[in-house]
Design a protein around this ligand. Structure first.
Ligand SMILES: [Zn+2]
Length: 257
């Protein structure tokens, strides 16, 4: 089986798993449970039919102009590794870097530019002290599927331009807000120099974990958490779950080239 049909099968499997559960609507960008719930209800209603995430529908043929022809939900590897990703940047505890360093963790930081602008030094320091990397999570966290191609190109392209200026490295990964994307998202990501569009296969929030499948982490899982009040609790749960599953935390960018 070639790579494309393998990744498509995986994509369809993960789409059907994610489309029906809590994972498909994991919250982003708000500070309290109440706000998150309201935001999710308003902006990410239960399974949204779109060409790429409607369970049971065949995946469209790749557009020849789009080199990114699928979304990564989980890394295809036999190495016993698991990846920590941290989104948005709303709540910035002064001890964030210390907490990651205590556990010798590097993370992939999918930052929204509106929060980076509030305190770029915080994220630069976090990157420098932990070896984490800063990636693209748009300018101000829209549901990209509500925007035309040009709007998506602005959200993704301007963020990469700004991060390149601010941090000296152009993002290679994009996580679309709310995990919502369509073909234009992949095209806009490609246009901005992004090489992989990344979803997730497990979510940690307030110390609790939800899996896309099964009851533990497995090789290649991508774990989503946020910069929130329960940051320490969430990081500790990630470390605990990785240990319980016999997996070693690794940096996503070392596997998604
Ligand atoms: Zn988000």
């Amino acid at each position: 089986m070639n790579r494309d049909s393998t990744s498509r099968r995986r994509f369809l499997l993960m789409s059907s798993l994610l489309g029906t559960g809590l994972l498909g609507a994991a919250a982003c960008g708000s500070t309290t449970t109440a706000e998150r719930t309201a935001t999710d209800a308003a902006r990410s209603p239960a399974p949204k039919p779109s060409p790429r995430n409607a369970p049971g529908r065949p995946a469209p043929e790749p557009d020849v102009k789009t080199a990114i022809d699928d979304v990564t939900f989980k890394v295809d590897t036999d190495d016993p590794v698991v990846f920590l990703t941290i989104d948005d940047g709303v709540t910035r505890h002064p001890d964030t870097a210390d907490i990651l360093k205590e556990h010798d963790l590097k993370a992939t930081l999918f930052l929204t530019d509106q929060y980076v602008r509030q305190d770029p030094g915080f994220f630069r320091d976090l990157r420098d002290r932990t070896g984490s990397l800063i990636e693209n999570h748009t300018l101000d966290h829209p549901d990209l599927t509500t925007l035309p191609l040009e709007g998506q190109q602005r959200q993704i392209g301007e963020t990469s331009d700004r991060y390149q200026r601010e941090f000296g490295r152009r993002p290679t990964l994009l996580r679309p807000p709310y995990g919502e994307f369509n073909d234009d998202t992949l095209r806009a990501a490609e246009d901005s120099g992004v090489r992989h569009v990344v979803h997730w296969s497990a979510v940690i929030d307030e110390g609790a974990i939800e899996y896309a499948a099964g009851d533990r982490l497995t090789s290649g899982d991508i774990v989503l958490m946020h910069f929130r009040e329960a940051f320490r609790e969430d990081v500790e749960r990630f470390v605990e779950e990785a240990e319980r599953s016999g997996l070693r935390p690794a940096l996503l960018e070392d596997y998604l080239k």
